[in-house]
Design a protein around this ligand. Sequence first.
Ligand code: TRP
Ligand code: SF4
Length: 326
Amino acid sequence: MKQRVVSGMRPSGRLHIGHYHGVLENWVKMQDSYDCFFFVADWHSLTTEYADTSGIAQSTREMVLDWVAFGLDPQKCVVFRQSLVPHHSELNLILSMITPVSWLERNPTYKEMLDNIEARDLTTFGFLGYPVLMAADIILYKATRVPVGHDQLPHLEITREIARRFNHLYGEVFPEPEALLTETPKLPGLDGRKMSKSYNNSIYLSDSAEESSKKIMGMMTDPARVRRNDPGDPEICVAFNLHRLYVPEEKLAEIMPACRTAGIGCVECKKILVTCMNERLAPFRTKREELAANPGFIDDLLQDGSRRASQISDAVMAEVRTALKF
Ligand code: TRP
Ligand code: SF4
């Protein structure tokens, strides 16, 4: 029996290459060795976006287009939308009854976001209870493995505690899911800060070859390398982080000493990157365009995946109701 994997992403719209190399590429690799459920966490978006929900539907479509174009195969894994499977909400309600508020209040992510996000009022019940919904997402499918980044580890720990408490109170229903820690390479954006939609410094998976070329040609390099004759240092160069991802090893071995001796200029060096990157992404980008040309495709795919997810969650919820003696 394959281990069951569940993971979700909030619908943030078009994904950038940082999302791809940090999360999506890993999901794609897991499809063959695990029984995978990947979902759009659209209810989770409400924890922070409740005041303006106008972008969520479109962001969902854009994100799932990226998922499928870049390798998620709905034949191999179940791709669905959380809000189309109401069992997430039913289980969330039940789990909320057995989760001590103190577990939620001491969650480091909670405290950090409350302190740092001033633009929105996050003092809501739902925002505090976000890890309960996440626990429901995971154990609803009896997942045994959850691929997450470091930032989500405290949430997974709460999930395990909630599952344990449920089992203790009502009998053994849920396995305790384990984290599959994904090492996310920190990918800098065009300006050297973390790649993020809000900084406007991203290269998107859906950018055309021309768009991404233009972005890379304007990307920060080694700030000390002002003139063509100044030697540079690839370890400091911002663009070189992308070289490491896309340019073959042998070529890197040529570029590094050439940069240090000013034997190669940044324009030439970036052109190598542009060529390698566009070559690598081209087939996916073409596929994305083809899929995007069929307007109902993503909605149908999510409907179908959500139906398949519901079949599993329906059976688990029946067990839950029995355990509760309802
Ligand atoms: N909390 C995750 C995030 O913000 C998204 C998420 C929701 C998730 N439910 C999940 C991830 C269940 C893994 C498993 O990125
Ligand atoms: Fe960066 Fe290449 Fe310029 Fe060196 S030559 S600073 S590695 S872009």
